[in-house]
Write a protein of this length. Structure first.
Length: 337
């Protein structure tokens, strides 16, 4: 989802553009407290330029009342599935008590109906099993915690599992990896809904990076006998300083004094992405920043971000962001929502 959350502005639903986006966090017995808390912390601190809260976050459960956590304390969910019906976005944290036992069609029918009616649904960690059991991930790409990826793939063969990334955005359905990847997911949603400046402000308040490098690949335990991986960090730092230059794979490999083949393999192992995929993402980040913060022409933005021409920027922007650069600027330039 790009720009504005579904049903967020003067859509006939009776809510003004100034109203915060309603978000429901659907928890179940065994919920991980960190995952519940990070949603409230990140979305709850998102503010407009004039200080208005941009999200209204409610915790709910299939039935209101006390809900067990995987710690030594319960939490009280005041709301039931009515909060899901009223929300623009529903976020499902993990419950290690039940997630991995789920199979297609194995979710409570009321919960399934509620999730299917939501405009946007997201999961953290093994909460992806809930989305898959509700049929929301059929024919889609998704991620989950790398330790659960094989089990997920066996249980839900209609879903393409990518265990190397921190999150996957399929528009109206998003999934993220382990607990901390929920932070990356929330910042991504804030960035898509309200722009990079708002997401960066939330990241500063929370003392986390606005965009974390790499994917799950860097956290997967590898055999002890495997040789140590040489870092590709110098090449990434070099690329970030020279985004406007016509960088090649060979030039980046040369920074690390590696062959192209070795560099490409190690880069993917360390970041979860191919080098040029990573470079395109960073250039898109730079273009978004320039569109939000400057009055540069599209051609100048393209040159400074490393895309060369306005036509190239428009093509990459349409593929990576989902809208044209001009439309993105119209939404996020100047006063924020």
């Amino acid at each position: 989802m790009t720009g504005v959350a579904a049903g967020s502005a003067d859509d006939g639903g009776g809510r003004s553009p100034a109203s915060p986006y309603p978000v429901a966090v659907l928890i179940r017995d065994g919920v991980l407290p960190m995952e519940l808390g990070l949603v409230h912390q990140l979305l709850g601190t998102a503010r407009s330029a004039d200080g208005r809260p941009l999200y209204s976050v409610r915790t709910c459960a299939p039935r209101p009342g006390m809900v067990r956590t995987d710690a030594d304390f319960p939490v009280y969910a005041e709301h039931g599935l009515d909060a899901v019906a009223a929300a623009d976005t529903v976020i499902v944290p993990a419950s290690h008590e039940s997630d991995e036992a789920l199979a297609p069609g194995g979710l409570d029918a009321e919960v399934t109906r509620a999730l299917r009616s939501a405009a946007r649904v997201a999961s953290i960690c093994t909460g992806s099993f809930v989305l898959a059991a509700a049929g929301l991930l059929d024919g889609r790409r998704a991620t989950t915690h790398w330790m659960s990826a094989d089990r997920f793939a066996r249980a839900f063969p209609l879903t393409t599992v990518d265990a190397d990334v921190l999150y996957v955005d399929e528009g109206d359905v998003l999934t993220s990896a382990g607990e901390a990847a929920g932070i990356d997911l929330c910042l991504h949603m804030i960035r898509e809904d309200h722009g990079a400046a708002v997401a960066a402000d939330v990241a500063r308040r929370t003392v986390v990076p606005p965009h974390r490098e790499g994917g799950q690949a860097q956290y997967i335990r590898r055999p002890l006998a495997e040789p140590g991986l040489a870092s590709t960090g110098r090449a990434r730092a070099y690329a970030l300083k020279h985004l406007a230059d016509p960088l090649t794979l060979a030039a980046l490999a040369e920074v690390e004094s590696m062959s192209v083949r070795t560099f490409s393999r190690r880069f993917r192992e360390e970041t979860g992405l191919a080098p040029m995929q990573w470079l395109t993402q960073r250039r898109l980040d730079r273009a978004r920043q320039l569109l939000e913060e400057t009055d540069h022409t599209v051609d100048r933005v393209a040159a400074e971000a490393g895309f060369g021409t306005g036509a190239s920027l428009r093509q990459h922007f349409a593929l990576g962001v989902g809208v044209a650069p001009g439309a993105y600027r119209a939404t996020f330039r100047g006063g924020r929502p």
